[in-house]
Design a protein around this ligand. Sequence first.
Ligand SMILES: *Cc1c(COP(=O)(O)O)cnc(C)c1O
Length: 427
Amino acid sequence: MTVITRQECRQWDQDDPLAELRSGFSLPDGVIYLDGNSLGAMPSQALSQVYQTVERDWGLGLIKSWNNAGWFDLPYSLGDRIAPLIGAAAGEVVVTDSTSINLYKVLAAALKLRPDRKVILLESSNFPTNNYIAQGLIAQLKTDYSIRYAEAGEIVDAINDDLAAVCLTQVHYKTGRLLDMHSITEKTHDAGAISIWDLCHSAGAMEVNLNTSGVDFAIGCTYKYLNGGPGSPAYLFMATRLHNQVQQPLTGWWGHADPFAFERDYRPATGISQMLSGTQPIVSLALVEKGLEIFNQVNTRALREKSMRMGQLLIDLVGQRCSAYGFDLISPEQAEQRGSQVSFVHKHSYAIMQALITEGVIGDFRAPDTVRFGIAPLYIRYTDIWDAIDILDRVMSSGSWQRFDAPEPGPEKPQPPGSGRQSIKVT
Ligand SMILES: *Cc1c(COP(=O)(O)O)cnc(C)c1O
């Protein structure tokens, strides 16, 4: 293969039908941001939304804004905006709480739907919160529930008719491996189990087809590819056929049939509303809208095609420029089997990522030995990928990474501000 030049990448940027979308974001100069799958970039409109929500709606409108500024309606209106991005219908999605909390709600609801079954299937190497929440839930239950763990290649064989629920993440947070939602959901239903999908690393970077796959519940966060802002509320999908049949455990007043009647006893609201629990962080919720508005003009298939091409470019460039340095690709080689990130294992991953961040290339280190490059196709350019790998080549050939210490084993010791270790956030 001939060596890919920066000039070619410039040409691809010029020909990119999605290139304009980058102007909807405010990105710092001199930074190549390959971490949009951890914390999405800031939409340019976010700041004016903060002013509107805080200064006008809260400051002047005060309590009237629950109605006049649409605060009460936000979980639904934002849910309806997310629905087309994940193959759901209006009225099937709410934006509320965190992914962890929503997982608790849907897992518990799923177990209630299959009262005679006591096993949950999870992927053992999933992002830990998914396992921890399931472990915490079953510890609360009177009867003996258990968790069956499987790795990607074992999942299909592990789906049996003793399962109450199969709960999987579509794109693996570390390797970027994409699971086949359609066939796994089919197998799940053939076994009589409930299907739950976590879309944290897929929605916003590719098309997701919940309803054509027949999925029962889904959850995901809005602060990664959906650019909703740090810690912004998550979303929860429940298929229409399950509405008014399920019971979730966090039965707060927002999920009550008549929340302003202030009755003593809980009665579930109809439809998706019963998946709500309590009052939401409105400032953060209002910001989610600015991230989602950018998707108005976007065809998710085009987004996926761009992301696959960029992932391939990154892999090819590392192969051409950095093959001597000992990086092992742990993401699937085939673009169709990969989400929107590329990860490598390297003995010195931690120090290498610190060196890259110092040079303005922000990616992730994932313990113990993974470097991860997220490709948010809304705002990353082909030349960004080229420049990032050019810098990686320089960091490796000059040995500049050796100036950075490996993390200490054992309990985390405090790091000076800006050293990166704890200033770069999770997942
Ligand atoms: C990002 C992510 C989460 C986030 O959960 P929070 O409740 O927002 O902390 C959960 N699961 C997976 C698989 C993720 O990638």
